[in-house]
Design a protein around this ligand. Structure first.
Ligand SMILES: Cc1cc2nc3c(=O)[nH]c(=O)nc-3n(C[C@H](O)[C@H](O)[C@H](O)COP(=O)(O)OP(=O)(O)OC[C@H]3O[C@@H](n4cnc5c(N)ncnc54)[C@H](O)[C@@H]3O)c2cc1C
Length: 383
């Protein structure tokens, strides 16, 4: 193992790999990524991998739109010879009440300001996009044709290979045990395979980010919770866009090879690091999915699993340095949408480390924002 590095990134998910690539692309030498299992073993390899620009806060809209712009050219930018499978067949976000109708009109107007081509549709027009939709459950919908879905494994692999070509070192099956500091400066990262001296550490540890923060006495205001998801047997293509409903608590899509992937949140799920699967999820998921998309009743479930959402108080990411500990950077709190934002995560954290002018204003993403609760804008468009 190396004895020193300019930057040590903790976490080999999509965020860690994107940060490593963007730093290396800007000329930083001697970057190390440390991952306690295999790359994508955290939330990245367990996620729905949906890519949505239909958000309710200006910051999430901006980050998502810029990330989609990146994904559209990712194969060329990252010189990837695999396939990240970016399927841009849209997200149909269904409304089921007058309140949601009104909110969705507002959201569409906000998204349009950021160049996101969302349209507010009548339920009849929504039916033209998804003919299998149970119209009795829907009052209207928003549709953005450039939203979509990626393969989380090959997308992470694309960042990984690009970073590796630029000289980044990856240590998998290596656990960070501690971070040594002296006089409020980082000195070294201690792992189960050795110690690496460094002045700069990025905490991209996803659901475990709070644990990494505790190693240096930084209390990151996030918590983790298990979110379950399932995949069905492959069937003939019958659904192009992702169908999602906030009030009905469901996202559901058919991937290019035919299986459906769907998930929902359990409001009673305790906070913590468990990633278990439950029978209760299967029952609730089946009920919601078949009430919104009735033909799904004849499709068999193949597999279910859980993964961690790392939740921030306003459901927006924390991409931030820390006043009390220069050289310590945080990329967590994605609240269930960090996969789709990974390009901007890499861009913004690399700009912070290199003291460059940020592509977007950083205050709404900073740790500082939580000191001023009146400034916090909560994202409501989450499942
Ligand atoms: C069921 C589910 C569905 C989701 N659907 C979507 C979606 O459709 N679209 C979307 O954008 N997002 C989605 N998300 C959220 C998304 O998966 C995450 O926001 C994103 O993957 C976060 O990536 P990350 O790299 O920050 O974290 P992770 O992928 O969790 O990576 C963090 C890594 O850090 C490693 N690590 C932790 N502690 C240590 C340590 N001490 N030493 C070394 N390594 C360590 C972990 O092993 C892990 O691999 C979903 C999440 C879940 C659970």
């Amino acid at each position: 193992m190396k004895r020193s590095a300019e930057v040590v990134i903790i976490g080999g998910g999509i965020s860690g790999c994107s940060i490593a690539y963007h730093l290396a692309a800007k000329g930083v030498k001697d970057i190390v990524v440390i991952e306690k299992a295999y790359l994508t073993s955290g939330a990245t390899g367990r996620c729905g991998a949906g890519v949505r620009q239909q958000w309710g806060t200006p910051m999430n809209c901006d980050l998502a739109k810029r990330s989609v712009d990146f994904f559209e050219h990712a194969t060329e930018i990252l010189q990837y010879d695999g396939d990240i499978q970016f399927k841009q067949e849209g997200y149909l976000v269904v409304a089921s009440s007058k309140e949601e109708d009104a909110l969705f009109k507002e959201n569409a107007a906000l998204q349009n300001k950021y160049g996101i081509p969302t349209q507010h549709l009548s339920k009849e027009d929504a039916l033209k996009i998804v003919p299998y939709l149970n119209i009795d459950e829907v009052t209207s919908a928003n549709f953005c044709p450039t939203d979509g879905h990626l393969n989380p494994f090959t997308t992470t692999d694309a960042f990984y290979h690009a970073a590796k070509r630029l000289g980044v070192t990856f240590y998998t099956y290596t656990t960070v045990l501690d971070i040594e500091t002296k006089h409020q400066r980082i000195e070294a990262v201690v792992t189960d395979k050795g110690t690496i001296a460094t002045r700069t550490v990025v905490n991209a540890a996803g659901g475990w980010a709070q644990v990494i923060g505790q190693m240096v006495g930084v209390d990151i205001p996030v918590y983790s919770e298990n979110h379950e998801i399932l995949v069905t047997e492959p069937v003939e293509r019958m659904l192009s866009p992702m169908v999602i409903s906030f009030s009905k608590n469901i996202y559901c899509q058919q991937t290019p090879h035919g299986p459906f992937i769907m998930g929902r949140s359990d409001p009673n799920m305790p906070k913590g690091l468990s990633m278990h699967s439950t029978w209760g999820f299967l029952e609730a998921m089946a009920k919601t999915a078949t009430s919104l998309l009735p033909p799904l009743k004849d499709i068999r479930v193949l597999r279910q699993w859980g993964g961690l959402y790392n939740m921030s108080p306003d459901h927006q990411p924390i991409l931030s340095g820390v006043d009390t500990l220069p050289g310590f950077y945080i990329a967590c709190g994605f609240s269930g949408h960090g996969f789709m934002l990974a390009p901007m995560t890499g861009i913004l954290i690399s700009e912070m480390i290199l003291n460059e002018t940020p592509t977007v204003p950083l205050e709404p993403l900073s740790m500082e924002r939580f000191k001023h609760p009146h400034r916090i804008v909560k994202e409501k468009s989450v499942v």
